[in-house]
Design a protein around this ligand. Structure first.
Ligand code: ATP
Length: 439
């Protein structure tokens, strides 16, 4: 029988727990909904995923600079941004079992999907997380954990123009945590209450908006396509006129075909001068840009690309997950994830853990390669189990140091995707692996 959407998600959740990729937060206390921890393997993978984004958007571009902003800001920031007033979801509550739902996520059902009970009228809930600055009663300042990471970029805009040599058109980019008190966190990393976003705000002359909007829309799709195996599972979705905020001429999402249907992964937003106008108004500061050549003064317009790091990472896992039927009839689970994202680029095994000459030889190889690559080491006894573990965490190559290695300095290297094996001289592995990873 084919898997249901829930089965597929459950398989990823189970793999993530079994192999140290992602754990439910506070699991020993029964867990807490909408919060997750990345384990030893997942934290390596997520770091690689973020590095790829950072390299593509900041390191290799002269027109984009990065920041790393704080999670808590002045409370007025969230009034200016509109989040205090408008950052919310509609909610209905079942009168019988008191479970709460977002009507749009239960197809606007009239009755409770859990018990069939009747709903209350919909109410609006703000999803900002509240906190306080200060410890003395009466002097505490109420504020919020940031509901989206990008606000820091607008706040730092003037400082960046004044302190660096950026000239329009230019971008400011950031990866950072955001917090939303989501009413119905669900589908693992898809909708959580704490997550990371990667944002670029690209500042342009108002008349250049169309050109740059199209540029970033395509750039971001091309980037995702490099890392996803199934290209047909990525698409653009254009927002309908009634979905657009008043300042947006157009909006597109990059969507992934998740087991439960098409789902947003990143938004390409036409923000015009809305954010700088709001922050000028609320702060009383002049946020205009002075063109150093033409001496024109104006508020730049903004193209925003805003994606979820964890959400896209989850989609990447779904895309890479494969179950293959082997000739023996066994099922092989393999994560065919891009080697640049995988936690380890190679695993090294001595054929037998109780043969010191094999272990020493393998250790020397590990020491040398791990200076340059992320390498795993496994000297447990069962070779089949070792391959199974590496396949499940997506390690592209496994190297076995065996008796022949002691004679001719060659090793066996097994390919994750094809399971074919080659024999290679130890001295050649470094170059061979570099070439493989960059191809
Ligand atoms: P959604 O409609 O799914 O709630 P959104 O339109 O509110 O998302 P944005 O505010 O545009 O999302 O945020 C940009 C990106 O941040 C989204 O495309 C998504 O990848 C990610 N994101 C938003 N909310 C969450 C969440 N609760 N959990 C994980 N990622 C999220």
């Amino acid at each position: 029988m084919a898997d249901t959407p829930n089965d597929t998600v459950a398989k990823i959740v189970s793999l993530c727990k079994r192999r140290g990729i992602i754990f439910q937060n506070s699991e020993i206390y029964g867990g807490i909904q909408g919060f997750y921890d990345y384990g030893p393997i997942g934290s390596l993978m997520k770091r690689n995923w973020k590095d790829l984004w950072w390299n593509s958007n900041i390191t290799t571009r002269r027109d984009v600079v990065g920041i790393d902003g704080s999670i808590i800001s002045h409370p007025k920031v969230w009034e200016a941004s509109g989040h205090v007033k408008n950052f919310g979801d509609e909610l209905v509550e079942c009168k019988k079992c008191h479970h709460r739902f977002r009507p749009d996520l239960i197809d606007n059902a009239k009755n409770c999907p859990d018990c069939g009970g009747e709903f209350t009228a919909p109410k609006k809930f703000n999803i900002l997380f509240h906190t306080e600055i200060g410890v003395i009663e009466g002097e505490k300042i109420p504020t919020y954990l940031r509901g989206e990471a990008c606000q820091n970029i607008y706040l730092d805009f003037k400082n960046i123009v004044d302190s660096t040599r950026v000239k329009i058109p230019f971008g400011i980019a950031q990866i950072g945590k955001a917090f939303r008190n989501e009413i119905t966190p669900k589908n693992f990393l898809y909708r959580t209450r704490e997550f990371e976003q990667w944002d670029i705000q690209y500042f342009v002359r108002p008349e250049d908006m169309d050109k740059w909007y199209e540029y970033w829309k395509q750039n971001r799709m091309d980037w995702y396509q490099k890392y996803f195996n199934n290209q047909e599972s990525l698409r653009f979705r254009q927002h309908q006129p009634d979905e657009l905020v008043f300042y947006a001429k157009k909006a597109f999402d990059i969507e992934y075909h998740a087991p439960w249907g098409w789902a947003e992964m990143e938004g390409i937003h036409w923000r015009a001068d809305y954010d700088l106008t709001q922050h000028s108004k609320f702060s009383g500061q002049d946020l205009n840009y002075l063109d150093p050549e033409t001496h024109e003064k104006y508020l730049p317009h903004i193209v925003e690309t805003s994606g979820g790091v964890d959400r896209s990472f989850f989609f990447l896992l779904l895309d890479a997950y494969n179950e293959e039927k082997l000739e023996s009839g066994d099922i092989r689970t393999v994560l065919k994830i891009n080697p640049q994202v995988s936690a380890y680029k190679m695993a090294i095994f001595p054929l037998a853990a109780n043969k010191p000459e094999l272990v020493t030889k393998a250790e020397t190889l590990y020491q040398s390669l791990s200076q340059k690559f992320s390498i795993d080491w496994d000297d447990s006894s069962n070779i089949g189990k070792k391959y199974r573990r590496q396949d499940e965490i997506g390690t592209p190559f496994c190297t076995v140091v065996d008796y022949q290695t002691l004679e001719d300095n060659t090793v066996t290297i097994r390919d994750r995707d094809t399971m074919t094996q080659i024999r290679l001289k130890i001295d050649e592995i470094d170059n061979w692996l570099s070439t493989k990873l960059n191809s």
